[in-house]
Design a protein around this ligand. Structure first.
Ligand code: GLU
Length: 463
C-alpha cells in the first residue's frame, strides 16, 4: 500500500499552530513511507473563505518547508465531480430527493424534542421497499439526503483515541446537496478522500463527530476506508484552548517575531508525539522516527518558553550569514547605520549565544550600528577623575597597540595596574562612551570589533 495523506485546511483565517501541527504529522507520515502528501483547500464556505487566507496557508506551509506532492486542490473547482457523485448515488438509491421545506423539517425536530427524542429528519421522503412516497409538490426544489443506515453502529479504530463507536440512530439522513445543487461539507470531504485515495486521515479532534457520517458515505460509495487519527487540541499555558490571548496563534506571526522554521517544526513535532526523551531533532530524524503509535492522546500545552529554548538552540547552530540576512530588515527598520561598522555576521555570531529570537538578536546587535548617546548622569557616575587619567592613557596606547583581542586585553591590564584600578572601573565608562549602554559583550571583543578609529573618536569625547 502506498501511503497517501492530506492536509485539508479551510481558508477562513490564518494558518494556526494547530493546523500546522496537523500538516506536519500528515507530511511526516507520508515522507516516512516514501508516500504522497496532498494539499487540499476546503473553500466551499463562500462567506468565510478568502484568497488572503489561501495565501496565508501557502505561505505558512512554505515557511515550514512542508512541501506537498499533489495539489493544491480546491474544492470549489471540483463542483462538477461532486454533482456527478450525487447523481450516481441517486441512481444507486443511496441518496434521495427530499421535498420537505425547512419549516417542515424544523417542525419535525420540534415534535421530536417535545417527545424527548433526539431531533432528526423523520424520513418522510426516504424511499423504502413498499413505501408510497408523498406527491412531489409543485415548484419546490428538493435537497438531496444521504440514506444513512437506520440500525447498527459505525465503529473505527482511531489511531489516537482508540476504538470509537457511534450508533446509526445518532446520525441523521444528512443533506448532501442543497436545493441549488451545491454539495455540503461532509460529503465533499468523503468524495475527496475517496478520489484522492487517502489512506490516513490525521486531523483535529473537532472532527470526530464528522467521521461516522463520512464513513457511512464512503461505504455507500464502495470506497475503501482510510485510517483516522484525531489529534487532541492544543491548550495555552492556563489550560484553556490556545487563542490569541496566549500570544501568536498564526504561524506566520512566528517568522515576524524572529523564530526559525526548524525551531517551530521541532517544537510542533513534540507537541503531541514523542520519541523517548528526545527533544531536539532534525526533520530528517523526525520523518525517520515518526509513527502513529506515539501520538499523544491527551491535549498538549503550548509552552512558549520551550519554543524559545529550541529557537535559541537553532539560532546558535545557524550560519551567521543566514542570521544576518534574517536580522537585517529589523535592523534597517530600527535605523541601523552600517558604514564603518563591524560586519553584521560577525557581530551576530558573537551575540547569538543568548538570543531567543532573531528580533532579540537584532536588538542586541544594534549597539554596533547607532551613535551612542551616553546618559549624562551615568557618565558622571562612572567617569570619575581617577578614571579619566586611566582613560587618557588608554587612548594614547590605542594609537599604537596591535588591534586584536589579546593585545587589547593585555594593554587594558597594564593601564589598570598603572592606575590601581579594577576592570569594571575602566570597562564601564568605556562601554558607555562606545555604545551608550552598560551591558555589552566583553570589552576587549567590543573594542576589537569597533576598530581603532571608532574607538579613538568615541573615547576622545569623554576626555
Ligand atoms: N477543513 C477542515 C478544517 O480546516 C479539515 C477537514 C479534514 O481534515 O477532514 O478544519
Amino acid at each position: 500500500m502506498t501511503v497517501r495523506t492530506r492536509f485539508a485546511p479551510s481558508p477562513t483565517g490564518y494558518l494556526h499552530v494547530g493546523g500546522a501541527r496537523t500538516a506536519l504529522y500528515s507530511w511526516a507520515y507520508a515522507r516516512h513511507f516514501g508516500g504522497t502528501f496532498i494539499l487540499r483547500i476546503e473553500d466551499t464556505d463562500l462567506e468565510r473563505s478568502t484568497p488572503e487566507a489561501v495565501q496565508a496557508i501557502l505561505d505558512g506551509m512554505k515557511w515550514l518547508g512542508l512541501e506537498h506532492d499533489e495539489g493544491p486542490f480546491y474544492q470549489m473547482q471540483r463542483m462538477d465531480r461532486y454533482r456527478e457523485v450525487v447523481a450516481g448515488m441517486l441512481d444507486a438509491g443511496t441518496a434521495y430527493l427530499c421535498y420537505s421545506s425547512p419549516d417542515e423539517v424544523e417542525a419535525m425536530r420540534e415534535r421530536m424534542r417535545a417527545a424527548g427524542e433526539k431531533p432528526r429528519y423523520d424520513g418522510t421522503w426516504r424511499p423504502e421497499d413498499g413505501k408510497v412516497l408523498p406527491t412531489v409538490p409543485e415548484g419546490v426544489k428538493p435537497v438531496v439526503r444521504f440514506k444513512n443506515p437506520l440500525d447498527g453502529d459505525v465503529t473505527w479504530t482511531d489511531v489516537v483515541k482508540g476504538t470509537i463507536t457511534i450508533g446509526n440512530k445518532e446520525l441523521d439522513d444528512l443533506v448532501i446537496a442543497r436545493p441549488d445543487g451545491t454539495p455540503t461539507y461532509n460529503f465533499c470531504v468523503a468524495v475527496d478522500d475517496w478520489d484522492m485515495k487517502i489512506t490516513h486521515v490525521l486531523r483535529g479532534d473537532d472532527h470526530v463527530n464528522n467521521t461516522p457520517r463520512q464513513i457511512n458515505i464512503l461505504r455507500a460509495l464502495g470506497a475503501e476506508l482510510p485510517l483516522y487519527g484525531h489529534l487532541p487540541m492544543i491548550l495555552g499555558t492556563d489550560g484553556a484552548k490556545l487563542s490569541k490571548r496566549h500570544g501568536a496563534v498564526s504561524v506566520m506571526d512566528y517568522p515576524e517575531q524572529g523564530y526559525l522554521p526548524e525551531a517551530m517544526l521541532n517544537y510542533l513535532a513534540r507537541l503531541g508525539w514523542s520519541h523517548g526523551d528526545d527533544e531536539v531533532f532534525s526533520m530528517a530524524q523526525f520523518t525517520e522516527w515518526f509513527n502513529l503509535e506515539h501520538l499523544t492522546a491527551s491535549a498538549a500545552q503550548f509552552n512558549p518558553e520551550k519554543l524559545n529554548w529550541l529557537n535559541n538552540h537553532y539560532i546558535k547552530a545557524a550560519d551567521n550569514e543566514r542570521l544576518a540576512a534574517l536580522a537585517l530588515p529589523k535592523l534597517e527598520r530600527d535605523g541601523a547605520r552600517f558604514d564603518g561598522a563591524p560586519a553584521l555576521p560577525t557581530v551576530l555570531g558573537l551575540m547569538k549565544e543568548r538570543a531567543n529570537t532573531i528580533n532579540e538578536l537584532a536588538d542586541a546587535a544594534m549597539l554596533f550600528y547607532r551613535d551612542p548617546q551616553p546618559d549624562a548622569e551615568q557618565l558622571a557616575l562612572h567617569l570619575t577623575e581617577a578614571v579619566r587619567g586611566a582613560l587618557a592613557l588608554f587612548a594614547e596606547r590605542c594609537a599604537t597597540v596591535a588591534w586584536d583581542k589579546a593585545s587589547l586585553a593585555a594593554m587594558i591590564k597594564e593601564v589598570l595596574a598603572g592606575h590601581s584600578l579594577k576592570m569594571p572601573q575602566l570597562a564601564m565608562p568605556l562601554r558607555l562612551l562606545l555604545t551608550g549602554q552598560l551591558q555589552t559583550p566583553a570589552i576587549d571583543v567590543v573594542l576589537e570589533l569597533f576598530g581603532r578609529d571608532v574607538v579613538l573618536a568615541r573615547v576622545q569625547k569623554g576626555l
